[in-house]
Design a protein around this ligand. Sequence first.
Ligand SMILES: Nc1ncnc2c1ncn2[C@@H]1O[C@H](COP(=O)(O)OP(=O)(O)OP(=O)(O)O)[C@@H](O)[C@H]1O
Ligand SMILES: [Mg+2]
Length: 371
Amino acid sequence: MPAEFAVELRDVVKQFVTPEGANLAAVDHVTMQIRNGEFFSMLGSSGCGKTTSLRMIAGFEWPDEGEVIIEGKPMGHTPPYQRNVNMVFQNYALFQHMTVFENVAFGLEMQRAGRKEIITRVGRSLDMVQLKGLDRRRPRQLSGGQQQRVALARALVNLPAVLLLDEPLGALDLKLRKEMQLELKALQQQLGITFIYVTHDQEEALTMSDRIAVMSLGKVRQMGTPQEIYERPSSRFVAEFIGESNFIDGRMVQISKEAAQVHVPALNMELSATPISGDLVAGEDVIVSIRPEKVQITNSINEMPNHMEGTVEKTVYIGSDTHLIIHTGSQNLKVWEQNRVSRIDPHAFYSSGQKIQLVILPENALIMKRE
Ligand SMILES: Nc1ncnc2c1ncn2[C@@H]1O[C@H](COP(=O)(O)OP(=O)(O)OP(=O)(O)O)[C@@H](O)[C@H]1O
Ligand SMILES: [Mg+2]
């Protein structure tokens, strides 16, 4: 029976000694369970420990504490070539003096595979990444996107159970990057291989992943589906890192399992809101987090809960949306409106000084711990 998880990190710690002599926990008690066939992303800013985590899964580094488990087997000091994983490196690491074919064939030649088998498998791998016909070129004679595909073909040639990808699209321009995102995702679904994908691009992680681990300073801050991470961020850190949010200080008045009332001095009102953290209590100082696209502008004064009046301070037209700053109470709120109708008359848009009505639905006002 196959193991339940393709890869597990159990309470893994990796420390480095800096040139200044200090101990730095690059990975600090990380636990993750990655399912078979899953597209799993590690997302976080530079230096948060993403590459170090991948290198420990690949076997290029060993944990100081905790364990890496692949297909149910603790890896201990198992060397990279005995692990059923392959890695696409952050900078591709192609051999410049070898052709595309030789680059992709390299691993098979090391394993002393037969000539015929090498030709078949390299051909299949180049097919998968749509590089047929370019097998005699050298990396220098390829575009950035094509080099990226060679790195991918090289990692796929063994059909590993798990593919580790370290910012594989980082060097590509935005358009190619978006194309490759869709291609990679399709390839992953077609092959059924587990992908562990590292990126610092939140949109990329949201687009491609089944689940995401948001990391900072060597720790996992939240793990969940793209919807869980974006719609129910467990902390201000995650809400701020993924997308944008308005954060307003408040004090918890009343709380049950799904609903809560928060007094918000800056809005001079009590908001009906949704508690996120599990251990919030009445009387506690909290933060209310509201995504800009979830604040609704209405024309009618009505009796909805969380209804307030505001004044437009500023509007910025950005094509698909208009970004507004709206002053309400003593608070400035970021509010994004989709431009659903094609208009060019400036009077058709909101203008500075205009009075408007706002509604924030209780499910769109998330209450979190004050950090
Ligand atoms: N061999 C090493 N010796 C000392 N410190 C290291 C070593 N490798 C990594 N570090 C440090 O460990 C931390 C995590 O590094 P890591 O490469 O895992 O980050 P990352 O999340 O991949 O960042 P990036 O997005 O910039 O690639 C950083 O502070 C880095 O400087
Ligand atoms: Mg890195």
